[in-house]
Design a protein around this ligand. Structure first.
Ligand SMILES: [Zn+2]
Length: 491
């Protein structure tokens, strides 16, 4: 018996948790956090209680109510008897929170398989971020937390793979193949089951700098003559991202033009895990004789990802980089104000603070959350703010965006928008599906249009949307399925 069950990525962008069963073998493809579902019930000051272990997460449908998959300490806290895991492995497509974060809850004996670069990202986050129950991926502290100091965390078993590997898990052979996405170390999978091959795209695109990697995946998936393809559909019928550029080179060119015209400070707001974007702004900084300023919290990503020679990233002590030390409690930049892990960079000769920033000679990489540092920096007139992310596509994002705009107005910054997406466009999706040509197409990571933010989907409208998607991709020998949450599909 070979079957698929979807516990996330269903009628939503992200939160992928796909269970693949083949005779007695069971694996999960991704086990991510579903932002949308979480926001339906929780927000900043209304968080799932960790005192209730997994209880709040299960009750509100943030993780599936399945036996034999969760950590023994959390199962015990629920008053259940822990058992050995019924899952053989979890395969991670890439290190974005909506694909990786809830691995945190999985049984400690379930091995995690991921790409080498994805592991570097996880290591960097592990070192730089404060531990929370929703992101303890590589290791976790047993709950309830004891007062004993120095108790070591439980370390998860991690195995890394690369393209060309064929990993045997019970009756399955899992073949990871690199793809291009807005984070390095992204993979699709071709899983060879007893019934035939099942391909899974993860998140991918064909317009990035390394589109050949996606083409390699398409070619291998096509050759495997898959009985099923699980495909992301993020940008299907999107209207909100029409302003996006169709390639990184376009982003580089138009941002360079703006930076060249600027006399004051340049601030670039982008996701630092997007290595292509990091390199775009690094190049722009060099071409305009500015130094790229990296916030202390992002330096960890540079430290780890520069270890991967294929990415060709500068190291934290690169002569063209400055490390920004934010002001902490004492307000005097004392070493002991910083977290232990942060202090490794404190004595670097290339650190800089708001006080000694030479505004006309730097390009500041600051995301939304770091904008408050502008109070100490006091940008010169004529300064530029580049928003290199998606424009808002729901009300919560729109609120944050407005708040950001208010900061920009307050400091009279010039605003410039430039971004290209990590996901395949509708045209690219059609090409990918046509080439791979699966017998069954499972569309996930796709969201029917929502009338109002946080208001549950109108079922009638959602069904109309699904019918439209099916019509678009169905053919005489292809069935299109937009899976339902928790429903099992026989292959
Ligand atoms: Zn992603």
């Amino acid at each position: 018996m070979t079957r698929l069950t979807f516990y996330g990525g269903v009628n939503e962008i992200g939160g992928n948790k796909i269970l693949l069963e083949d005779d007695g073998t069971r694996i999960f493809l991704d086990f991510g956090m579903s932002f949308g579902k979480r926001e339906e019930f929780f927000e900043e000051y209304l968080m799932p209680r960790t005192s209730n272990a997994l209880g709040d997460f299960i009750e509100m449908g943030l993780v599936p109510n399945l036996k034999g998959i969760y950590r023994t300490d959390l199962v015990r806290l629920l008053g259940r008897e822990p058992k050995p895991p019924v899952i053989n492995a979890v395969f991670l497509s890439h290190a974005h929170a909506d694909h990786v974060n809830y691995i945190s809850f999985l049984h400690e004996d379930v091995p995690l398989y991921c790409g080498h670069t994805a592991l570097l990202i996880l290591q960097s986050l592990n070192e730089s971020k404060t531990r929370t129950i929703e992101s303890e991926i590589l290791d976790f502290m047993k709950r309830p937390r004891t007062r004993r100091r120095g108790e070591p965390p439980v370390v998860r078993k991690v195995k890394t793979f690369r393209t060309g590997d064929k990993i045997k898990i019970g009756s399955l052979f899992v073949e990871p193949v690199h793809v291009d996405h807005s984070v390095p170390g992204a993979y699709g999978f071709i899983v060879h089951t007893r019934k035939g091959a099942v391909a899974y795209t993860g998140d991918l695109r064909l317009h990035g700098r390394r589109s050949q990697m996606t083409r390699d995946f398409i070619e291998k998936a096509q050759k495997s003559r898959p009985i099923a393809l699980i495909c992301e559909g993020t940008r299907f019928r999107e209207k909100h991202r029409k302003e996006e550029k169709e390639g990184e080179e376009e982003v580089r060119k138009e941002c360079l033009k703006e930076v060249k015209k600027t006399r004051g400070l340049v601030i670039a707001d982008f996701n630092f895990k997007d290595v292509d974007r990091v390199k775009t702004f690094y190049t722009i900084a060099r071409e305009t004789k500015r130094k790229m300023v990296v916030h202390l919290l992002d330096v960890f990503l540079l430290k780890y990802l520069s270890q991967d020679p294929a990415l060709d990233l500068p190291q934290p002590d690169d002569p063209n980089i400055l490390i920004f030390l934010p002001k902490r409690q004492s307000g005097t930049y004392r070493e002991d104000d910083y977290q232990r892990a942060e202090r490794q960079f404190y004595h670097y000769p290339n650190t800089v603070t708001a006080k000694n920033l030479d505004q006309e000679k730097v390009l500041l990489c600051f995301s939304y959350w770091k904008i408050k540092e502008l109070i100490d920096i006091q940008p010169l007139s004529g300064s530029l703010f580049i928003h290199s992310l998606s424009e808002p596509f729901n009300e919560e994002m729109a609120m944050a965006y407005q708040r950001l705009k208010n900061w920009i107005d307050h400091y009279r910054l010039k605003f410039f928008q430039s971004h290209c997406s990590g996901h395949a466009s509708e045209k690219e999706l059609k090409e990918i599906i046509k080439k791979i040509n699966p017998r069954k197409l499972f569309f996930i990571h796709i969201q029917p249009p929502q009338k109002k933010y946080l208001v549950p989907l109108d079922q009638e409208e959602a069904e109309k949307f699904r019918t439209m998607v099916r019509k678009e991709f169905e053919s005489a020998d292809r069935q299109v399925i937009i899976p339902e949450y928790g429903k099992t599909y026989e292959l």
